[in-house]
Design a protein around this ligand. Structure first.
Ligand code: NAP
Ligand code: F7E
Length: 346
């Protein structure tokens, strides 16, 4: 039986990947952060919490990572843990660099010294392209990070390649474009919108405050993207691959469609607020995953319209179930609403 270690197993991708690997017959280990409030709701939602082994570890802490890898003795490591919110990286650039940049190097060093046969997947990102100079973006396109998050991810991207070339490690980068789902964190714009649409629909909220409505993203479905992570570690050789849909849409288009699906007009509810603007933004992302298609035959199945619909419908269902007294694994019921954030922020 193959063994996998997933860092960041409590996150969106970590949970979907855990489900996928358990279904494939893997023994799955995952790292989680000790916190005052446990955060296992996604693993519970996918009914996989009871089928994984959990190890406390922090990407900023070498000893805990060493212990995690020693305990799991994995064949494959999927490094998904990150401070993954671009906006927060402007507020916490050093912490973000420690986790998203140096964290990967800690794992690569552990692999090099402990067992160089362990295969390594690094969660790289379309944010690396930043100020894009060509569209669509592929593996050859210029990287020009626009945030501390992206420059930290550039460090881990290149070290993954360096350890592959210098030491012969099987270390691959998946350059994944934005991928979303009903398990997406509430800070990210897609889920922020679908959760707000649901609250407005059931009468709990009136307004939704957003930042840059004109930014364009290539949004895919997270459940499909974790299949790529696994497939990349099954290749003959390690390499770097873009994973995307090739379709780009603006935040405004996402918002308009999400409200329409709920039978609402976004112009009646949406306002912009400075709080949700970034010092600088990535204005346009659109990926070209030709190389990936040729290597593993993968192509996205869920369209933009289907993705928005499945997220809106799931959030409406959750709020309706909540109002009728049901309890279930979920994050939104104790999350501060927009108005509170806008009024309380200094
Ligand atoms: P996510 O939902 O924010 O999950 C991040 C995970 O990292 C969580 O399990 C979190 O733990 C953990 N984590 C945070 N700081 C940590 C630390 N210091 N030590 C150990 N674990 C830590 O992110 P995601 O959307 O699943 O993304 C997975 C990975 O792919 C990330 O590396 C992200 O940067 C990258 N990525 C994401 C996308 C996307 O569109 N989703 C696209 C490209 C790349 P807690 O639960 O305790 O917070
Ligand atoms: O923003 C704009 C915002 O925070 C998308 C992470 O998974 O994908 C994600 O990063 C766009 C940006 O994702 C709001 O300015 C407008 O242009 O959902 P987001 P992101 O920054 O693209 C990449 C690939 C990753 O690697 C990251 O880990 O939406 N926007 N108004 C807003 N964004 C947020 N969050 N909130 C707003 O109110």
């Amino acid at each position: 039986m193959k063994k996998a270690l997933i860092t960041g197993i409590t996150g969106q991708d970590g949970s979907y990947l855990a489900r996928l690997l358990v279904d494939k017959g893997y023994e799955v280990y995952g790292t989680y952060r000790r916190a005052s409030t446990p955060n296992f709701w996604r693993l519970q939602y996918l009914d996989v919490l009871g089928e994984v082994k959990l190890i406390p570890a922090d990407l900023a802490d070498m000893s805990s990572l060493l212990e995690a890898v020693s305990a799991a003795e994995p064949d494959e490591i999927y490094n998904l843990a990150a401070q993954s919110y671009v906006s927060a990286s402007f507020d916490q650039p050093l912490l973000t660099t420690e986790i998203d940049g140096t964290g990967a190097v800690r794992l690569l060093e552990i692999i090099r010294h402990l067992n160089a046969k362990i295969k390594f997947y690094q969660a790289s990102t379309s944010e690396l392209y930043g100020k894009v100079v060509e569209s669509p973006q592929n593996e050859e396109s210029r990287f020009w990070p626009n945030s501390p998050y992206a420059s930290a991810k550039l460090l881990s991207f290149h070290n993954t390649r360096v350890y592959r070339e210098a030491y012969g490690l099987f270390a691959s980068n998946g350059i994944l474009f934005n991928h979303e789902s009903p398990l997406r964190g509430l800070e990210f714009v897609t889920r922020k919108i679908t959760n707000a649409v649901a609250r407005i629909k059931v009468g709990l909220q009136e307004k939704l405050y957003l930042g840059n409505l004109e930014a364009k993203r290539d949004w895919g479905y997270a459940k499909e993207y974790v299949e790529v992570m696994w497939a990349l570690l099954q290749q003959e050789e390690a390499d770097d691959f873009v994973c995307a849909t090739g379709v780009t849409r603006s935040v405004r288009e996402f918002t308009q469609l999400a409200f329409e699906i709920a039978g609402l007009n976004y112009e009646d509810h949406v306002a912009t607020h400075q709080l949700f603007m970034r010092p600088q933004d990535v204005e346009l992302l659109q990926g070209d995953c030709t190389k990936l298609k040729q290597a593993i035959g993968w192509s996205p199945q869920t369209t933009f319209e289907e993705l928005v619909r499945l997220m809106v419908e799931e959030d409406i269902r959750r709020w309706q179930d909540h109002q009728s007294g049901k309890t279930f694994p979920w994050d939104a019921f104790n999350y501060a609403d927009d108005m509170t954030l806008v009024q309380r922020h200094v």
